[in-house]
Design a protein around this ligand. Structure first.
Ligand SMILES: C[C@@H]1N[C@@H](c2nc3ccccc3[nH]2)[C@H](O)[C@@H]1O
Length: 450
């Protein structure tokens, strides 16, 4: 392997308490909010078919017109407490907020740019009250920060000339200043979610990024930073030139999920997901496929079954309203979580053979196994092929622990579990499996369920 000075500084998962907490979240909320929301994905009566938060890059959007939008940013309906309550009801354990997206508009009072909320009609800090509201609901806050910043004179896609390099040094100092400022202003933040780090210019900044990451980690012990921040000695991100994961978890799953445990390489990871195919910021006219709560619940369960977190995106409109489609999804997902959350929180991957009826999760606290059923077989029998030396001690619906189900042995380590057919399941349901290993538990087999 290559000798890397700026590659992965740790092999394998972090095992400290803050990372354990992160690993056990299951469900998160992403919030994309900024001046792009004022356009709603349209300009001058024309429909923008790209991602709404990218509308500044649309050839039909005059750049100076976009850059004046902040003079209209005055969200009368911004209610951070209501947003936090809604997220609590949905069952989100953490929230990631765009402090600054690619356009550079800073949603907090920044000493380092005039392109921020203090120079908008709204005038006040957006981030602070949001952090307080989510902290009050017991939802951990993470700060999204785009390194790419179209508003900054020193920003460069690549460094071709000496002038580029000189300008980029200013940009690097600006970037560091804003990040230090954010961590000083919002010390209850548990981590940073970096974006906009794919430019060639940034990929040459292995030394700067490593020193900055160390500085940020020193400011908030346990701070959680994913794989999308640092480039290594050769400009590789996410995985260094030896194939080792950079940062504390893999951040590559944007609008997609791993399909197998092998796809995750055994790392921690999050998947961030839009409700339409590709809209993070507010677009008033969602076209194409809009995901249902059923689809999103399956993505959540699949993520947890593969040891990841699922982060669902919300894009409030220019007045600070959560749109009705998202409010409905938050309610529907929350209703499902209220009944089935034990199969999500503090759960992860179980190495039993994947079956067609759905997904297994296993509690990291008491070893209980959850079968989350999406595709109930017509004969009402769920095939279960356990790992070796496993005994099924007790099986029952999570919603009805008194209804003991008797597995039918098919062959060694393989059973049919008869789910009650007259029980009309109308949404994904959970069967609990309490199990033990045939050896005494000295070999670290499944912990005996308490
Ligand atoms: C989390 C998501 N990442 C940003 C983004 N910009 C991209 C440019 C090219 C390819 C993928 C991108 N994702 C999106 O605007 C959103 O913030």
């Amino acid at each position: 392997s290559l000798t890397l000075e700026y590659g992965a500084h740790r092999i394998g998962k972090r095992t400290d308490q803050m990372m354990e907490t992160w690993r056990n979240y299951g469900l998160g909320q992403f919030i994309h909010w900024g001046v792009y929301a004022l356009t709603g994905g349209h300009w001058d009566g024309e429909y923008y078919s790209g991602a709404a938060e990218w509308i500044r890059s649309w050839d039909k959007m005059p750049k100076d017109a976009y850059d004046q939008l902040y003079k209209s940013f005055d969200p009368k309906n911004y209610e951070p407490k209501a947003w936090a309550k809604q997220a609590k009801e949905m069952g989100a354990k953490y929230m990631i907020i765009t402090t600054k997206h690619h356009d550079g508009f800073s949603l907090w009072p920044s000493k380092y740019t005039d392109y921020d909320v203090t120079n908008s009609p709204y005038g006040n800090d957006i981030i602070g009250p949001l952090v307080e509201a989510y902290d009050a609901e017991g939802i951990d806050v993470y700060l999204y920060f785009s390194v790419m910043d179209w508003s900054q004179p020193g920003y460069r896609v690549s460094l071709e000339t000496e002038e580029d390099r000189t300008a980029y040094e200013d940009f690097k100092a600006f970037t560091r200043n804003q990040l230090i400022e954010l961590l000083e202003l919002y010390p209850s933040a548990k981590g940073l979610w970096f974006d906009g780090t794919w430019d060639e210019a940034w990929k040459e900044q292995a030394v700067f990024a490593d020193e900055l990451e160390k500085e940020m980690r020193a400011m908030i012990p346990g701070l959680i930073i994913g794989s999308r921040f640092r480039p290594d000695d050769y400009g590789n991100r996410h995985f260094d030139s030896n194939g080792d994961l950079m940062g504390d978890y893999e951040q590559g799953w944007e609008r997609k999920l791993p399909n197998t445990y092998e796809d995750t390489k055994g790392n921690d990871w999050d998947a961030v997901m839009t409700v339409p195919e590709n809209q993070w910021g507010y677009h008033s006219d969602w076209r194409g496929h809009v995901k249902s709560s059923y689809e999103l619940i399956e993505m959540l369960v699949k993520s947890v079954s593969l040891d990841g977190n699922f982060v669902l995106n919300f894009g409030p409109d220019g007045q600070g309203n959560i749109r009705s489609e998202e409010a409905k999804l938050a309610k529907e997902i929350g209703d499902w979580m209220k009944v089935n959350q034990k199969a999500i929180y503090s759960c992860g991957y179980l190495n039993w053979q994947k079956q067609d009826w759905g997904y297994y999760t296993q509690s990291r606290e008491d070893g209980k196994i959850y079968m989350v059923v999406f595709n109930q077989p017509l004969d009402g029998k769920l095939r279960v092929k356990t790992a070796d030396k496993v005994i099924l001690d007790k099986v029952y619906p999570l919603e009805n622990p008194g209804m003991i189900l008797t597995p039918e042995l098919i062959q060694k380590n393989e059973y049919f579990i008869p789910v009650i057919m007259d029980q009309k399941w109308t949404s994904p349901y959970v069967i609990v499996v309490e199990s033990s290993s045939t050896d005494e538990d000295k070999n670290g087999g499944f912990q005996k369920a308490k």
